[in-house]
Design a protein around this ligand. Structure first.
Ligand SMILES: Cc1cc2nc3c(=O)[nH]c(=O)nc-3n(C[C@H](O)[C@H](O)[C@H](O)COP(=O)(O)OP(=O)(O)OC[C@H]3O[C@@H](n4cnc5c(N)ncnc54)[C@H](O)[C@@H]3O)c2cc1C
Length: 432
């Protein structure tokens, strides 16, 4: 039996591992990028060393001779889902959720209004990233819209000095741009209050630990009764304690991070350097409602961090409302022999480990449904890709890229420097 897994992020790799070790199945793991690991490479913040090191554990899956990496192959362009169905006994879709969401307010399409998805791609060295170097030399105040961990990551990267980020694997040109950044204040803006933010406490606390950076928030935004506001949620209770300490501080450092709770963005007037927000409050019934007032937050650059969303593939069922592939126990509804796991199954939530449980469950469903059969040989799919002149990067190719990134880092006393050019990645991967 042979299975194709679409997406070499954590959910795809966990699915491949379970298929190979539990069921001794041959697996081809396809990824649109020349390198594996999905958001562990292109999402997890570069200064979160221990989380990024999960890559080493994930890489071990490819040591199993039953698992092949097929990088630089975009399903839906280089190979169609219908073609995969002719060559594999089953397909597991694990291609994540990479699009951004929009606020739908005036000024959102201004060149200085960018999505956090795009900004994260830039600082992690994604091959398709837009270069935001110039943006950082045109702004002193940046508004990051959103009250989740991605907003916190973005605020932290913008606030840390280049010297601190030098120890990371950030691409050299990004590091150079950050070292010339004119940004002095980062405003974290959200329509809801501190008790409704989805930060985890560890990430939140890190903002207060950046040397030379003060964190400020209005004490009036904190609830009167922390125990009532956190409603038994320990993370919320801890977050409120952290924020209560900050609310006593004054933002007097050279660089500041300021929270603006209860502020719903209404208009981005970025030519005049302001984000206009409607102020919100909680009414007697506990509902979030506008106060009728508004305020201006200084911002020459806005980064919208309001979530990721998935997209459909030709011939694969897709729910346009929830932006996921519809499934029951991991089996795609309306398409035989197709399964789904990870963010494209559940939507963009959950940490890396959440995807393991998900992938294992989907693979188990696959095996309850299937009898052992033998699909066409792997040589046929390789021939098809060769015929289409696709430069397929295998796991040996990734090892060459890995070695070159370490070598490149070494030239500047860094452990690794991420290579961001797709062509360079392909050339190195192919040993050219
Ligand atoms: C900014 C950010 C920071 C995060 N930080 C943390 C953290 O600190 N700790 C933590 O535990 N979790 C973190 N997460 C969450 C974690 O990254 C996700 O839970 C996890 O990566 C989701 O796994 P996935 O395999 O479903 O999707 P992904 O990781 O997105 O992998 C999907 C893969 O599919 C590929 N692909 C997409 N389309 C196609 C196609 N058409 N053909 C072929 N391949 C395709 C992509 O290139 C990608 O490699 C973070 C997420 C983000 C966005």
């Amino acid at each position: 039996m042979r299975v194709a897994v679409i997406g070499a992020g954590p959910s795809g790799i966990y699915a491949a591992e379970h298929l190979a070790t539990q069921y001794q199945v041959e697996v081809d793991v396809f990824d649109a990028l020349p390198v594996p690991f999905g958001l562990v490479r292109y999402g997890v913040a570069p200064d979160h060393f221990s989380i990024r090191s999960v890559r080493e554990k994930l890489a071990q899956t490819f040591d199993n001779p039953l698992v092949r990496f097929r990088g630089n192959v975009r399903i839906g362009r280089d190979l169609m889902p219908s073609e995969l169905q002719n060559h594999y006994d089953a397909i597991v879709y694990t291609y994540g959720a990479s699009l951004d969401r929009e606020l739908g307010i005036p000024g959102e399409n201004h060149p200085m209004s960018i999505a956090a998805t795009a900004f994260v791609r830039w600082y992690t060295g994604h091959p398709d990233a837009i270069d935001f170097s110039d943006h950082l030399s045109k702004a002193t105040d940046v508004a990051v819209i959103g009250l989740g961990n991605v907003a916190v990551d973005v605020a932290r990267i913008l606030s840390k000095s280049a010297a601190e980020l030098e120890q990371t694997d950030i691409p050299q040109y990004v590091l150079d741009a950050l070292s010339h950044s004119t940004v002095r204040r980062v405003h974290i803006v959200g329509r809801r209050g501190p008790a409704n933010a989805t930060f985890t406490t560890k990430e939140l606390k890190e903002l207060g630990e950046i040397p030379g950076v003060d964190v400020a928030l209005d004490p009036a935004d904190l609830p009167d009764d922390f125990a009532h506001a956190s409603a038994g949620n320990k993370v919320v209770a801890r977050n409120l304690d952290v924020m209560a300490q900050w609310s006593q501080r004054e933002a007097i450092a050279d660089r500041n991070i300021e929270f603006h709770f209860y502020c719903a963005p209404r208009n981005m007037d970025l030519d005049n350097g302001v984000l206009i927000v409607d102020t919100m409050k909680i009414d007697a019934q506990g509902l979030l409602i506008p106060t009728g007032g508004s305020k201006e937050i200084a911002a020459e650059l806005v980064i919208r961090s309001i979530g990721y969303r998935g997209e459909g593939l030709p011939g694969v069922p897709f729910n346009e409302d929830t932006n996921v592939i519809p499934s029951v126990d991991g089996a795609v509804i309306g398409l035989e022999n197709c399964y789904v796991a990870g963010w494209i199954r559940r939507g963009p939530s959950g940490i890396i480990g959440t995807n393991k449980k998900d992938a294992v469950a989907s693979v188990n469903t696959l095996f309850q449904d299937r009898e052992n059969t033998q699909a066409s040989s792997s040589a046929q799919i390789d021939e098809l890709l060769q015929h289409r002149q696709i430069d397929v990067i295998d796991f040996e190719g990734w090892k060459r890229i890995d070695a070159r990134e370490k070598e490149l880092g070494g030239t500047r006393n860094r452990d690794r420097t991420t290579i961001h050019s797709r062509q360079d990645l392909i050339d190195i991967g192919l040993g050219r």
